[in-house]
Design a protein around this ligand. Structure first.
Ligand code: AMP
Length: 541
């Protein structure tokens, strides 16, 4: 008979993270730029007290365990209180991306069956438009005080600060089953309706432990951490959990995400570590370079959500900022891999180490991955063979919320990404399978093409998409936004590719545009671009 261990059985609960931060890092600060316009400061101790009051307020509103509570909010302390208050009391914190179309937001609120929705002042007009289409929402809570409540509104509103003020904070976090649902996030969904990933307390706490490890995000109590990645994009990649878990100071940037505002906050609050998608760093880099600035304390950043162009890694390294390329998905909580060097890489030249750092990286303990061919046969880890990337692990989705289709293949989750894995276990995404360019039966990686283009000094942003070709079926078209006041011709850009990629990978044409459409999570919207250029006639056609 098996001999059982004799350790305490304590469930892994989200409330234990904020309780830990309040008890052991009670005076550590949380600084937020508010929608009201000012900077707000308080401590983990204050945050936990208000989160307990939030849990009491929710109970007073009739919210029960398992009920969904929506948020339409920026990164700020009130959003953090909702994260902990809602999940801590056993309800489900459903973060909604306010950048989605109102119809999609209404769909998501109704599909999740949110009983209450909390929102920032910025989103009042959005809420007034969406509310009539969400008949099951019992109340819309404006995350501010009485002074900021509108004199009149088409929607019946509740006031956040009044809800909190009505409670005494005399509340014990309940003991929950660690497998209970804690939070919910819908995928950005480029096609079809968005689908919900329903996280549990257990999956969230495990993900927080793993992502804080030195070879992942490497968070410490000595850090000052500013997540630029929104709390509505896969829980800001878990940082609202892993930062209090390690007791670091947390800086929340609110609605101002332009380069100048983010830089100002970095300097003022002595930020050491940050996280965001590449498009955000484009803005920050542009501001820093144009004004000849330096970072005084900022030393590390994780960048992911889409491939980080090598030119961006170089530019940040030149400013003494270490770039940790990360890869993941909403369905993975989100972290799957992070890219750090191994001891064996210590002797590598700057250039050779850059090559390693350009990859999406190695798995965090807890995630298992493999690449397979079209028949599902596992491919070798030689850094060359590329195939469909599949993953499994305790913070990876088993099925979508209120959806009967089984997304798994033999217990593995197909990511929809195409990748290589090298003998050291470094994974590199070659493309999203929908974005790969199929030229005469051979595949061209749109990411590789974009990475070359992004290194050209006149290029601000570049997307490579497939366009129909009568002979090759598909050929690459490079869509480019030039840097302000920079000049470059089609011919110069195409010449720039020579010697950098195989000849037949060089795009057939360049289209200059004033902007590239972005998705609600700041990724280049290739579906829309392909649609925009669907009748484009290549000069080679
Ligand atoms: P989302 O669920 O919206 O976060 O999107 C997940 C998808 O974003 C992944 O399946 C990838 O296609 C893409 N993605 C995320 N991180 C990276 C990365 N570092 N490099 C390339 N693609 C990425």
């Amino acid at each position: 008979m098996a001999l059982m261990g004799q350790m305490m059985s304590a469930p892994l609960l989200i409330s234990s993270i904020i309780r830990h931060a309040a008890r052991y890092y009670g005076s550590t600060e949380i600084v937020s730029r508010r929608t009201e316009g000012d900077l707000h400061r308080y401590t983990y101790r204050d945050c936990e007290l208000r989160a307990r009051k939030m849990a009491q307020a929710l109970a007073a509103l009739g919210v029960q365990q398992g009920d969904r509570v929506g948020t339409l909010a920026w990164n700020g302390y009130r959003h953090l209180e909702i994260y902990y208050g809602v999940s801590g009391m056993g309800a489900v914190c459903h973060t909604i991306n306010p950048r989605l179309f109102p119809e999609q937001i209404a769909y998501i609120v109704n599909h999740a069956d949110d009983g209450y929705v909390f929102f920032d002042l910025t989103f009042l007009p959005l809420v007034e438009g969406v509310a009539p289409h969400c008949p099951n929402v019992k109340g819309w809570v404006l995350m501010s005080d009485r002074a900021h409540m509108p004199a009149e509104s088409k929607v019946k509103l509740l006031c956040y600060e009044e809800l909190i003020d009505a409670q005494d904070g005399n509340y014990d976090w309940p003991d929950l089953d660690e497998n209970q649902a804690s939070s919910l996030c819908y995928t950005s969904g480029t096609t079809g309706n968005p689908k919900g990933a329903l996280y549990s307390h257990r999956s969230t706490v495990l993900h927080s432990y793993a992502s804080a490890l030195p070879d992942a995000l490497g968070c410490s109590a000595r850090d000052v951490i500013l997540p630029v990645v929104p709390m509505f994009h896969v829980n800001a990649w878990g940082l609202p959990y892993s930062v209090p878990l390690v007791g670091a100071k947390l800086v929340l940037p609110g609605p101002k995400l332009d380069g100048a505002s983010v830089y100002e906050l970095f300097e003022q609050e002595k930020v050491t570590f940050s996280a965001g998608v590449p498009t955000v760093w484009l803005g920050l880099l542009q501001h820093v370079q144009a004004n000849n600035l330096k970072f005084s304390t900022f030393r590390r950043t994780v960048i992911g959500g889409s491939a980080v162009p090598p030119a961006m890694i170089r530019a940040l390294r030149a400013l003494d900022v270490e770039v940790i390329h990360g890869w993941g998905m909403t369905e993975m909580s989100p972290l799957g891999t992070t890219c750090k060097l191994l001891a064996k890489h210590e002797e590598l030249s700057e250039e050779a180490s850059q090559k390693v750092l350009e990859k999406q990286g190695r798995v965090l303990f807890g995630v298992d991955m493999k690449i397979v061919d079209g028949d599902g046969k596992e491919l070798p880890w030689d850094g060359k063979a590329f195939g469909d990337l599949l993953v499994r692990g305790p913070w990876i989705i088993e099925r979508y919320f209120r959806n009967d289709t089984n997304p798994l293949v033999d217990g593995w989750f197909p990511t929809g990404d195409v990748a290589t894995i090298d003998p050291d276990g470094y994974m590199q995404i070659t493309d999203r399978s929908k974005d790969v360019i199929k030229s005469g039966g051979e595949w061209i990686s749109s990411i590789d093409i974009e990475n070359v283009a992004a290194a050209h000094p006149a290029v601000h942003m570049a997307a490579c998409i497939s366009v129909h070709h009568p002979k090759w079926d598909e050929r690459p078209l490079l869509v480019v936004v030039k840097k302000p006041s920079a000049e470059v011709t089609r011919e110069e850009l195409l010449k720039f590719f020579e010697g950098k990629v195989a000849k037949w990978w060089i795009p057939d044409d360049v289209a200059f545009v004033s902007e590239i459409p972005l998705t609600a999570t700041g990724k280049m919207q290739k579906l829309k671009l392909r649609d925009q250029f669907k009748d484009y006639r290549l000069p080679t056609a």
